[in-house]
Design a protein around this ligand. Structure first.
Ligand code: GCV
Length: 835
């Protein structure tokens, strides 16, 4: 038996790249108990190599070997031995092995798992269900869990989908893990190896369908060659129990089919869609269905012809109905609005568009609703549309790809945010109406329903762009199966599977992850004001001004006196009236509105006093300091795990957390400066605009550098930075240090823009103490910027630098391409100071 020491040391040397995600089947020691519980063989009740049952058998075989070094043969007979895993459907078991009384009723895709010593039976109501059971067994093995169990589990809802926003040219809209694993250059890629690996990950979290292309859809997916390619993709997913779906462009009959209309009621359009659907099903006989974004953000839709959204949806519903397909019709429909109209409100749009269509959709249509009324913000109330459709099937749309939440360059574990919605009680008719009970069909007795999440994995070996972001995908699958699952429990299973069983690793990553969403909310947008990111550009860094004076309807209505959207019925947009009475009353009244949604529902002065006793503005200041302070601890917590996690993943994550600690300060200062400037109200703790440990670059002696006024102003300290005088001039900034002699961490704030890789060196008395290259676009996952702003602003730290009062600090910047080696400031940080 291999010793623990040997295994631990194995873990340290073998750098991992993340490709296997939580299915790495890392080697574990095998105790006596373990030895006595490893099965000798695996009986698959369907030996066809492309069946989920066979896949289940192979996964178990690989897992046993990889985790415990044990060899189990796969066979198709001897189903009654006492030392085998038997895997199949209930039906197959009855036929091959006789009846079984102890299996409780299973819903579609449910499974029964029975482990009694070496006798293991994994039986699904479907083959896909049996595969889920196999992954459950493997998850137990990989966590060293040899319990005797016998239980059945069934999904909360039939729809457990993921959506990819992949474009045909291989780029992914809001994707932070590299280009598409499906498409390149207008066609389906030849090598589908990564698709198979994705299928494995998705099956293990019980996802049953994947929509492979962007909702902003390109009709060329429907060309004969691409449909053939789609067939190849479906063939790869099928053995894993995953069906393929596709997004459609409403105008395809015109754009691709050459018709002069795409009117959903026109007979030529109806027959065009029925024809193309037949072709789709020829290539993909089990195609799951269509996903449709219509009349939204420039996408064509039925409104072009004054047809209703339900008429648009039903066009597709009728086309896929003969094949058993469904239509996921997105409720993300809104028009551009004018902010000078006090009652205009994008949040109203979904209910305004869909409420009156309740009952008008065909039975195989599911209305797919984003969790909040705006767009995946850091905090939103639950979409009131869930409380307005009683005769229509619904699905909730979540977003694993962190579009507004740090784009995988920030650690943000999302389930605590999702749970604020899933577990929320809408009180329809004064009765318990949890959001999760609505979209799973329980509350209003709908057969269809479930969840979809925008995932956007790419070819990066980390899939999403960061190892820690995979906890969000894992937990999404768990919640799609059981939305009542607990955020910490799911996380801890993921940690053990991803990083091993060490208790310190478990408690540390749990703590960091559970603190991450509150921290992000702290240093971005508070009190329900939305994320405050730049909504007109990358959706990444801070830019609160972008949230007003735009036609997108994503507003804060901030001015010198106050902030917040008045969404009351009495004086505002009327949005609060879209909720059932009990909730409408709570939100209508400022006193009963919870603090964390205050600015979502009410426009107040900055001096308005919260339930907490603080004023709104002081809450902003404090939350930004607390949030950024928490983000500083993530790096330190992770660093304490050095030696317990393989170097590859340890260093990859460390670099991101280092970056996040700096970028959280950029967020903190930008938002605080912005509202300090707008309101003119000082921070009672005197931190905002007071930075005793900073030396502004523009105040240094400049040679080859010149001052540069940054816009938006709040994303530069000062608010001026420096840039080299030309794209070829080397710049030098020098100053004498007046801080007391001692040891400091040196933090340098600079800008790393797309289109160049400048180089910087830092000297103390001509001795180099640090250097770096502006290559963040190659290192991190977020969308880069071509400007000096809150996206490109970045901080690097050199730790433990010995400084004497009177030393000379010199920074040399070498521009590259369009990047003029920009610098903002240098902080000399004594231990414990974050400035
Ligand atoms: C795919 C937001 C995103 C868009 C996205 C859209 C949607 O507006 O920024 O990139 O488009 O939502 O969900 O359709």
């Amino acid at each position: 038996m291999r010793s623990l020491f040997f295994l631990a040391s194995l873990g340290l040397v073998a750098a991992e790249n993340g490709l296997d995600g939580w299915l790495r089947y890392a080697s574990l020691p095998c105790s006596h108990e373990c030895q006595s519980k490893l099965p000798a063989s695996i009986v698959v009740l369907n030996a066809t190599k492309t069946s989920p049952i066979y896949v289940a058998g192979s996964e178990i075989q690989d897992g046993l070997k990889s985790i415990y070094g044990s060899h189990a043969q796969i066979s198709k007979s001897q189903c009654k031995t006492s030392s085998s895993v038997v895997v199949g459907t209930v039906e197959q078991y009855r036929k091959a092995c006789g009846s079984l009384s102890e299996i409780p009723e299973l819903a579609e895709d449910g499974f029964w798992l029975s482990i009694d010593g070496r006798k293991i039976r994994i039986l699904g109501s479907t083959e896909r269900g049996a595969l889920y059971g196999a992954f459950e067994y493997l998850s137990m093995l990989a966590q060293g869990n040899f319990s005797t169990v016998s239980y059945a589990t069934s999904p909360s809802a039939p729809i457990r989908w993921v959506n990819q926003w992949d474009n045909m040219d291989g780029r992914i809209e809001r994707g932070y893990g590299g280009p598409s694993i499906f498409f390149n250059n207008g066609a389906i890629v030849d090598d589908l190896t990564r698709v198979k690996q994705y299928a494995r990950l998705l099956a293990s979290i019980r996802i049953n369908a994947v929509v492979v292309n962007n909702v902003n859809a390109n009709a060329t997916l429907l060309t004969p060659d691409n449909l053939k390619g789609l067939g190849r993709i479906a063939d790869v997913f099928r053995p894993y129990g995953i069906q393929v779906g596709i997004s459609l462009n409403f105008a395809s009959p015109e754009d691709l089919g050459g018709l002069d209309t795409f009117d959903p009621l026109d007979p030529s359009v109806i027959s065009w869609w029925s024809n193309i659907t037949e072709q789709v099903y020829q290539h993909v006989p089990d195609m799951a269905g269509y996903l449709v974004k219509a009349d939204s953000e420039g996408q064509p839709g039925p409104q072009t012809y004054n047809r209703t959204l339900s008429e648009g949806a039903n066009l597709f519903a009728k086309a896929v109905q003969p094949y058993g397909g469904i239509v996921m019709f997105r409720a993300f429909v809104y028009n551009k609005l004018n902010e000078s109209n006090w009652t205009a409100d994008r949040a109203n749009a979904a209910v305004d568009f869909f409420k009156d269509l309740d009952g008008e959709f065909d039975e195989n249509v599911v209305v797919q609703i984003k969790y909040g009324p705006i767009d995946f913000q850091v905090r939103e109330p639950a979409s009131p549309l869930f409380a307005n459709l009683f005769n229509t099937s619904t699905a909730i749309e979540l977003q694993v790809t962190q579009e507004y939440l740090g784009q995988q360059s920030h650690l943000v574990y999302l389930p605590p945010l999702w749970k604020t919605i899933l577990d929320f009680d809408l009180r329809v008719d004064g009765k318990s109406s949890l959001v999760r009970d609505v979209y799973t069909g329980k509350r209003f007795n709908r057969k269809l329903g479930g969840s979809a999440a925008v995932v956007n994995v790419g070819t990066n070996t980390t899939w999403l762009g960061s190892h820690l972001a995979m906890s969000n995908l894992y937990a999404y699958g768990r919640l799609a199966w059981n939305p009542a699952d607990d955020a910490t429990t799911m996380l801890q299973d993921w940690i053990r599977l991803t990083f091993g069983l060490d208790q310190t690793v478990l408690s540390t990553i749990t703590k960091m992850s559970m603190e991450s969403w509150p921290a992000y909310e702290g240093y971005s947008g508070n009190l329900g004001i939305q994320t405050l990111t730049d909504i007109l550009y990358t959706h990444y860094g801070p830019n609160p001004a972008s949230q007003d004076n735009n036609g997108w309807g994503q507003w804060t209505r901030a001015d010198h006196n106050g902030i917040g959207m008045d969404r009351t019925v009495s004086n505002g947009t009327g949005f609060s009236g879209q909720y059932p009475d009990e909730l409408a009353t709570i939100y209508e009244n400022i006193d009963s509105t919870p603090d964390d949604l205050l600015l979502w529902f009410h426009h107040v002065n900055y001096t308005y006093q919260l339930h907490s006793g603080k004023t709104v503005i002081q809450h902003f200041y404090d939350a930004h300091y607390t949030g950024a302070a928490t983000a500083q601890t993530f790096r330190t917590q992770w660093a304490s795990l050095e030696g317990k996690i393989d170097d590859g993943r340890y260093n990859h994550v460390l670099r991101r957390l280092d970056y996040q600690s700096g970028h959280s300060i950029i967020w903190r200062d930008a938002i605080n400066n912005f509202y300090h400037n707008l309101s003119g109200i000082p921070d009672t703790a005197k931190r905002v605009n007071h930075h005793p440990w900073r030396i502004e670059a523009e105040s240094m002696k400049l040679d080859g550098y010149k001052p540069y006024t940054v816009s938006p102003f709040e994303t530069a300290s000062g608010p001026v930075a420096i840039v080299t005088a030309s794209n070829t001039t080397v710049g030098t900034a020098t100053t004498k240090i007046n801080f007391a002699s001692g040891t400091y961490d040196l933090a340098v704030n600079y800008y790393d823009i797309f289109g160049g890789q400048s180089q910087w060196q830092v000297y103390l008395n001509d001795k180099q103490v640090g250097e770096w290259v502006g290559n963040s676009e190659d290192v991190y996952s977020h969308t880069p910027s071509i400007y000096l702003d809150g996206h490109s602003a970045i901080r690097i730290k050199f730790r433990g630098v010995k400084v004497k009062k009177g030393d000379t600090l010199k920074i040399v910047g070498r521009p590259d391409g369009v990047e003029p080696a920009p610098l903002d400031y240098v902080s000399f940080l004594p231990e414990g100071v974050v400035d």
